[in-house]
Structures are given as C-alpha cells and as structure tokens.
Design a protein around this ligand. Structure first.
Ligand SMILES: Nc1ncnc2c1ncn2[C@@H]1O[C@H](COP(=O)(O)OP(=O)(O)OP(=O)(O)O)[C@@H](O)[C@H]1O
Length: 687
C-alpha cells in the first residue's frame, strides 16, 4: 500500500505542542510500518460526504485524519478531536475531473460562512490605506466558461462562486481553492489571460505535478523522518510544478532560473544540488552564493533536504563565490591571495595618475574605468584595451585616448603587484587561466545563486572550472535585484543560457499587497544584454496581508516615533523581535535606525542592516527607513558617475536596492523618510 503525506497534515502538525507532536509522530511511524492500520484504532467519519475519511486515535484528545482508497493511504490532517472531525466533514479528496490531479477540496459553503468578518479585519486593518471598493465592483471572472475554469483546476462546485465574486470576495475565496486554481485566477486578474497549462493528466492522480505540491509519496522511514523534522519548511517536501520541473530537468548547456523576489529560486537551486548528488553517488557539486552568510544559509537548507549523516551533504560544497576561489587559489598556487581593498585600489590609482600627470580626466573616472573595465575584464595589454567593447559605458574613448590612458593602468597593475596585492577579479582570472587548460575539473555540477551579481571575471572562472557534461552550470538570479554589477554579455564569455532559461511566477515570501507595491519600482520586462527576457508580469503571491505604508515626515524624530510604533504594534500582534528587520541605505544611517528602536524590549534581537546586506533574507515585518532625498539615490554615488551610462545604471541599481529591501518583508512593510523623501517613494505606490 502506498503511504502519502499531505501538506495540510504537516501544517496542522506544526501547530501542535511538542508533547502532542511526539505522540503523533509515533502513530504516523506505526502507520507507515503497517498501513493497514491493524491494531490501531480507526473509525470511519460518518458525517463526511467522502466515505474514505477515517479518524485514528493518537491520545485521549488528538486524532489523525486518514484518507484510504484502493492501494493508497493518505495522512491528511491532525488536530484535537472536534476540530479534526470538523475538518474531515468539510472536505473531500478526489481526482479533479479535468486536470486529473488529486485535490483536497473544501466542500462549498456560502461565502459569508467561510469568510467571517474577522478575516476582513485582518486583511484590511484600519490603520492602512486600502483602496475603496466601488459600489458595483467588477466581477473579473464572470465571462470565464466552465471549461476554462476547470482546465486550471477549479473544483466543479466552486465554479458559480468564482464567476460571481468581486475582486475582494475572490481574495477570500482563493484561500479555499486548491493552489493551482487560485494562482491561475490571480494571474488572470493580473494579465487578463489564464496560464496555458501544459501538464498532461497522469495515470496515477497522485503523480500529477499539481498533486505533488500538496501530497507526497513517502517511500521509507527516512523520508518520513525528514518531513516531520521540518514541518514548517514546506519547500522541503512540496514543490510547485514549475519548480519541480526545473529541479528535474537535464540541460545540455548552461541554464538559468529567474523570477522576482521570493519566488523560490534559492529553493530550486538547493533541490537541484541534492537531486544531482543523489542521482550520481560520485558527483561533486558546488553550490555557491554571493556572500558567506547566504552560503551558510543554503548549507543549513541542504541539511533539511538531506539529513546530515547522508552522503549527499558531504558531496555538496557550499561557499561564497569569493571563498571557493580563494580556496582553489591556495590549492593551485600554494598561497592564499592577498586581496587589495577598495581603499588600496583608489589610493593606487590616484598615485599612478599623479605620477603621470594626465589632464582632462577626473580621478573618479580613472577609478571607475579601472574597476569596471580594466580589472573587471582582466585587460592586460594596450592592444586588448584598444579593442575591448567597454560594455555598459557610453562615454566613448577613441584609440588615441586609450593609448594615452593605458600607461596609467599598466602602472596601477605594477604598483599593486609590487606591493604583493591581487584584486578580487585577478584571483578569478588567474584561476580561470590555469584551470581552463586542465581536463580534470574540481566539480561536476556548479549551481550558483544570486547570479545577477556575478562579475565577468567570476563568470569566466566558473565557466572555466565547469565540466563538459550535462548539467554542468546552473544559475539562479533576478535581474531586478542586480545591485553590484554593470550589465554585460554572458554569451561573450561562452555562457549562453538562451533557450535554457525559465521564470518562476509564484511568490511564496511576500504578501500580494507588498509584492505589487514593490513591483511598481521595476519595469514589467527586464532583458539581459544577450536578449534573454525575464517577464515579471503575472507573478502571484500565495497569501494576503496589510497594505504597505509609505510615509514622509517633517523631521527625523517624527519618523523614528512612527518606526517605533510600527515595530511595537507588530510585536503586540505576536511577531517576534527576531522576525523584524530595519534597513537603511548606508552604514552611516544605522544610528537613525538604532535610535528608533531603542525603547523597544528585546531590541537587540531586531536586525538592523544596510540595504546591500538585505539580499536573500526574509522577515515578517520590515521597516525601510531614512529613504530621504540624497540618500536614495545616494548623492555620493551620483557624483561618482564617470559618464551618463554609469549615471543611468546608478539610478537603476539604487532603485533595485529599495526593491530588494522592501521584498524582504513577508506580512508588514513600512517605508519612511524625513522630508524631502526619495523620488522612488512615488513609484512605490499602491495599485
Ligand atoms: N514550494 C514552496 N512551498 C512553500 N514555500 C516555498 C516554496 N518555494 C519557496 N518557498 C519559500 O519562499 C521563500 C522565498 O524562497 P527563496 O528564498 O528560494 O526565493 P528567491 O526567489 O531565491 O528569493 P530572492 O530572490 O528574494 O532571494 C522562502 O521562505 C521559501 O521557504
């Protein structure tokens, strides 16, 4: 008999006390050993209109809800006696007549009954500015025929409710629909089109990809242990079909997954690493990210998917891009590289410029040209400099000017070398040169997260150390979150992801209200230099929350008072201080954040950081403060722009920084400034 576990069960299990969980775990393990349930006390639930629901006694009060059909046993739910029965009485589990996927269908009731007023209070709290519903709110789905609704997985008894629903009513209804149906209808509301479903019905309704996001076959006690060990980490067991497809797909060249913030790109990267490690017991896998903390966070997630003791964890090396390069450098060259800091580089460039007494250019321009062209691209001779495309820089430099400038950059190289320094890009470039030649590569599969911020030298390095076999290079990233790099062509470095890239559209982290406000900061379509498009339209969030608040204050003191009130109210509502983040543009602004939270109990638990460090993190409540004019975009950076193209890029990256900071919020977001506020705040408006 096949033993299945439903997501509704792990969610309910997660809410029980530790003692109760222990008892439930013991019962579920017994059941897995003997799915016939002999010796365990089971009763059919008579009041359910699905005759296959059974209750099983865990202890005096707690009941497990089981669904038994043919050769399948599904652990569907767990709760205290009455609630467990009520859950089963209001549900049926069946294969959808059109998509063929197994669904846990809520038996349709009148909308008023399933949407008590408290729920509306939660969705639209009084303090937030919710747009008013016009008297005759449009019914978005009225024109959709039965067949169209069924084709996206709407259960047949909900068809009429959906067609009759206004926008607000639909958001309440959506919580009662199977996720694939809710997401497809949200996409319809956003784009006017239903997604074209390519998923074919499967012979086993449990194997349908839509079914697998809520119900998983558990093959052995190790899988059961894993599902019960981290019940809140839903992504560990239940993937969206689009995520699953990318995890399982084989690619005969470099591939990339994109998607706006919170769509599960990191989750896909982690699952892919574990899948490749499981598939080939000899495979060596590198899973990398932009920074050490992000790499460590991925390492912890690997342990969720593959218990520490297993072989898998040992064969997945997790590190930041820089850390793996430094380690391999030491192996190849016998010494750790001594890397020049930004300050050392600036001083060296300025000293070289003073020696040569070049006129007509600013030191700012020299530093920028060194960093973004000479160093980033590893330009080593005047000939190379004469011919390089200087991607992303519009100010033209003719052959004469380049000839004039080259001695400066050559001198910078010599000075750094004489002082025993390498630049960070040098480390990647030297390793790439060394390892390209070697046939034995350190890793069979390389998976890189936050790939939008890989520089040219880093990309070249990873391409050089990747093998020739399938699935050698995989990237996860979001162009909308590129905050460190100038755009450039990946293809020109031999990394061509065209035809092997896909975009995730379901946002799991951020409420619909926060995500749609943040989306207003960025264009709907982003295209990289090679023409690969990342369409952001049609992205849907899986849950609702309060509208984000954007406020500009007459003084910093008033702003601080508001931030403190926002945080206190979140804590009063049950948000733990460690689930709260406060972000500012630069480290010099952190005292403003510290002052704001100083009167709050356990304020040390609250994360305060500059926006660059927000990458990859998430919090239930986020305050983004000090978004003043001159801070976003940052005056110093604007003044630093070497040419118009760089200025455009600075404006864009500053905007993205705000996007990154805002999209760290799960449920609540406050964005504040002291007047005059940043020009970007106007874009962060509500839909
Ligand atoms: N299939 C899933 N089921 C439930 N939760 C999921 C799923 N996929 C991702 N999540 C959750 O969504 C959140 C965001 O996931 P993740 O960090 O992978 O997104 P991301 O696209 O990498 O985000 P960012 O671009 O902001 O770094 C996490 O809390 C993750 O656990």
């Amino acid at each position: 008999m096949k033993f299945h576990l439903a997501e509704t069960f792990t969610t309910a299990y997660d809410k029980l006390t530790g003692q109760e969980q222990k008892a439930v775990k013991a019962t579920v393990f017994d059941l897995q050993l003997d799915p016939s349930g002999r010796g365990l006390r089971m009763h059919r639930i008579d009041n359910s209109n699905d005759p296959n629901f059974w209750s099983m006694r865990v202890n005096r009060d707690v009941r497990l809800i089981i669904h038994k059909t043919g050769d399948s046993l599904l652990v569907a739910y767990v709760d205290h006696h009455d609630k467990a029965y009520a859950w089963a009485e209001r549900r049926r589990i069946e294969a959808h007549p059109k998509t063929g996927a197994i669904q846990i269908v809520e038996v349709r009731e009148r909308v008023e009954e399933i949407a008590p007023p408290e729920q509306f209070d939660f969705v639209y709290p009084a303090e937030d500015v919710a747009p008013e519903t016009p008297a005759s709110a449009p019914k978005h789905f009225a024109a959709l025929a039965d067949d169209a609704l069924l084709s996206v997985g709407v259960p047949s008894d909900w068809l009429a409710d959906i067609r009759a629903a206004t926008e607000d009513e639909f958001f309440v209804l959506a919580e009662h629909l199977p996720s694939e149906a809710a997401e497809a209808l949200l996409e319809f509301a956003a784009t006017g089109k239903l997604p074209a479903f390519a998923i074919e019905p499967t012979s086993d309704p449990f194997e349908h990809p839509d079914a697998q996001r809520r119900i998983r076959l558990i093959s052995d006690s190790e899988e059961l242990e894993q599902a019960l060990a981290f019940p809140w980490e839903k992504w560990g067991v239940f993937l969206h079909p689009a995520q699953r497809k990318i995890v399982d797909q084989d690619f005969n060249g470099p591939a990339r997954v994109a998607g706006s913030a919170g769509t599960g790109k990191t989750v896909v990267a982690i699952h892919r690493a574990v899948r490749l490690a499981r598939e080939n017991p000899n495979a060596r896998i590198f899973l990398g990210s932009f920074s050490d903390p992000l790499a460590r966070s991925m390492e912890r997630k690997i342990a969720v998917l593959a218990p520490e003791t297993s072989e898998v964890t040992r064969r997945v090396t997790t590190a930041s891009f820089q850390a793996i390069a430094e380690q391999l450098f030491q192996l190849e060259f016998g010494a750790r590289p001594r890397i020049a800091s930004e300050k050392v580089i600036r001083q060296t460039v300025e000293a070289a410029a003073a020696d040569l007494n070049l006129s007509g250019f600013s030191n700012r321009f020299f530093v920028s040209e060194w960093t973004n062209v000479i160093d980033a691209w590893g330009v080593g001779s005047s000939d190379e400099y004469a011919n390089i495309a200087r991607m992303g820089r519009k100010s033209r430099l003719g052959p004469k000017q380049r000839e004039l400038l080259w001695p400066l950059f050559e001198s910078v190289r010599q000075k750094l070398k004489a002082a025993g320094y390498l630049t960070s890009a040098d480390v990647f470039t030297e390793l790439a040169d060394r390892l390209t030649e070697k046939s034995a590569k350190p890793f069979d599969h390389i998976i890189l997260d936050e790939a939008q911020d890989l520089g040219p030298a880093e990309l070249r390095f990873f391409a050089a150390i990747s093998s020739d076999s399938d699935n050698a290079l995989f990237f996860a990233g979001d162009l909308g979150q590129r905050i460190f790099q100038h755009p450039y062509s990946w293809k020109s470095l031999g990394v061509d992801v065209r035809g092997r890239s896909s975009t995730l559209k379901v946002c799991y982290r951020t409420s619909r209200q926060i995500r749609s406000a943040a989306d207003n900061l960025l264009p709907l379509h982003l295209r990289d230099v090679d023409g690969v498009e990342e369409a952001r339209s049609g992205t849907v969030s899986t849950f609702e929350g309060p509208f984000p608040i954007v406020e500009i204050f007459a003084s910093e003191a008033e702003e601080a008072t508001r931030v403190a009130a926002f945080i206190s109210s979140a804590i009063t509502d049950g948000v733990a201080p460690k689930e709260i983040g406060v972000f500012v543009r630069t480290p010099s602004l952190t005292p403003r954040a510290r002052d704001a939270i100083s009167g709050i109990d356990e304020s040390a638990e609250i994360t305060i950081a500059n926006m660059h460090l927000a990458k990859g993190l998430e919090f239930r409540a986020v305050a983004v403060m000090a978004c003043d004019e001159g801070v976003l975009p940052l005056d110093d950076r604007v003044a630093d722009a070497a040419d118009e193209a760089e200025l455009d890029d600075i404006y864009e990256t500053e905007r993205r920084l705000l996007y990154v900071a805002c999209t760290r919020a799960r449920d609540r977001l406050l964005v504040t400034a002291s007047a005059p506020g940043s020009e970007y705040l106007h874009d962060l408006k509500l839909d």
